[in-house]
Design a binder for this molecule. Sequence first.
Ligand SMILES: Nc1ncnc2c1ncn2[C@@H]1O[C@H](COP(=O)(O)OP(=O)(O)OP(=O)(O)O)[C@@H](O)[C@H]1O
Ligand SMILES: [Mg+2]
Length: 376
Amino acid sequence: MAEHERDAVSPDADVDERALEGALRPKRLTDFVGQDRVCEQLSLVLRSAQRRSRVPDHILMSGGPGLGKTTLAMIIAAELGAPLRITSGPAIERSGDLAAILSTLQEGEVLFLDEIHRMARPAEEMLYVAMEDFRVDVVVGKGPGATAVPLDIAPFTLVGATTRAGLLPAPLRDRFGFVGHMDFYRSADLELILRRSASLLEVELGDDAAAEIAGRSRGTPRIANRLLRRVRDYAEVRSDGRLTLETARSALTLYEVDAQGLDRLDRAVLHALLRRFRGGPVGLSTLAVSVGEEPETVEVVAEPFLVRSGYIARTPRGRIATPDAWAHMGITPPKDAAFGAADLFTPDDDPAQPDPAADAHPGTGPSANAGVQSKP
Ligand SMILES: Nc1ncnc2c1ncn2[C@@H]1O[C@H](COP(=O)(O)OP(=O)(O)OP(=O)(O)O)[C@@H](O)[C@H]1O
Ligand SMILES: [Mg+2]
């Protein structure tokens, strides 16, 4: 994918940022803000295992980047008072890599396997057996004379994390006794996270500034913490160091993060969709060309949030802007804008007849709306 500069609101973190994040990670379940249901369920799983003096079931955390999967994995080990071993799918290239880890685990140890969907296939099969029977089959020798020697391993708890739960093979998913789905955070929770981070960073954060930053953080603690650092930098250099509503707004305007957390690329996409294509429908590649990006960049980097925020809808005929998109960008929709065709949003109880002309020329004027009933 073409490298796109968007540090401010990217949900991903680079190496430097991960180092900074360590300091802001809550260490215990009681400090972990939000995700109440997951936390409560998790707490039960851990407590009941402790009561029975058994290792807890294997745990899978699924959810988008920056929502707290790694943080929770560390908390699980801390709550159990167990040692933690950390590895990741891409680090396990051969089953031997996994065997080396599994065979040296201590009893009760927590093994955190990040990006578990990216593990090599043969290792995956070894993991099935290890998870279920606490055993690895070590292959001794090569070729026809090779034999599998079963080796018992210490009971452990696997904590897997994935941003793509759908990519996990069913046999692997089924071996997790508990799956926690991490969701985007409510603004009130992000405010709490921001206050906690501000006190760790020893900066003064006003309530209204916290609300302002939270509102622009796309439901993601990682983005909230990052915007907090940007506002702090701004406040230190341009004013007296206190994070007020005023400094938060000025700083975030400077970094081109708007009131809903949209950045320059998001706005460029919306702008093109509204102005050049009258709200669509328009095909992804046409839209991408008009903002000077690769289709993949638009699809992977900008679109998910625009869709989740209800600004863009994906339809069989292409992308269309919703009424909220026009409102957010402050542009008055033309009378024939696609969303006027409300049927585009209704479930397909009345499957619209595919219109070949519209398919061939997505978004090229009124013909793209052919076949769609418009309101009188
Ligand atoms: N519930 C929370 N309360 C406080 N801080 C949080 C919470 N969730 C995440 N954070 C903070 O957000 C940052 C990112 O969290 P974390 O690294 O756990 O995300 P992740 O889901 O593992 O992301 P990735 O998929 O990129 O690995 C960390 O600095 C962490 O401190
Ligand atoms: Mg992580």
